[in-house]
Design a protein around this ligand. Structure first.
Ligand SMILES: C[S@@+](CC[C@H](N)C(=O)[O-])C[C@H]1O[C@@H](n2cnc3c(N)ncnc32)[C@H](O)[C@@H]1O
Length: 185
């Protein structure tokens, strides 16, 4: 898990920059009024590219690191737990690790709208407890062998979404990297 404000967490994954931009661009291109909550705002590389094409968006930015001058300097996981999300149409989770703890909050709070998520941490290095518990059920609790849990993260992520009733997504959900968007209805 990336610590809020960690210098490592400022890295953008530029290999998939075009895909990350297009997921966001397609989400707002027909309606610039949609209200966006960006939970990992950083330098605003992605939304700046989009704003350079379409003009100003209706975005609220959160980052734990004040150096980025977001609208809100805070732990965004805490923020989404503590605040009303009903006004937001798009929640951007461009996390450097797993966004699943955030998704749990969105599902538990009954958020309805679009989610754009990044997940680029291999399960082998960072087993995602929530994904693994959903995928392996009680096997997860009864084994200490991380190698048994070292599975395709995309498959586990799709399984997690399906349990939550989501079977459609756009973007890339692969064994080690996820850049996708989906609607919670
Ligand atoms: C991958 S970067 C985001 C890049 C950004 N989407 C862009 O377009 O430039 C991750 C950012 O999330 C921030 N961050 C990490 N954990 C956080 C947390 N719990 N709450 C708020 N910000 C966090 C880091 O400080 C970092 O700036």
């Amino acid at each position: 898990m990336i610590r809020p404000g960690s210098t490592k967490a400022t890295n953008n994954d530029n290999k998939h920059l075009d895909l990350k931009v297009s997921l966001r661009y397609n989400a707002i291109k027909d309606n610039l009024d949609l209200k966006i909550l960006d939970c990992f705002a950083g330098k605003q590389v992605l939304w700046s590219i989009i704003e350079s094409k379409v003009g100003k968006t209706n975005i609220v930015t959160i980052d734990a690191d004040a150096n980025f001058k977001p609208n809100i300097v805070y732990d965004s996981l805490k923020w989404i737990k503590e605040n009303d999300l009903n006004n937001f149409n798009i929640i951007d989770l461009d996390s450097w690790g797993s966004p699943v703890k955030y998704l749990e909050v969105l599902f538990n709070k009954g958020y309805k709208g679009l989610v754009i998520a990044t997940y680029c941490s291999p399960v082998s290095l960072n087993p995602d407890k929530i994904l693994a518990e959903n995928y392996f059920n009680n096997i997860y609790g009864s084994t200490k062998k991380v190698s048994i849990l070292n599975k395709d993260i995309g498959m586990m992520f799709k399984n997690y979404l399906a349990i939550k009733g989501i079977t459609e997504y756009k973007g890339l959900v692969s064994a080690k990297k996820i850049y996708c968007s989906f609607n919670i209805k």
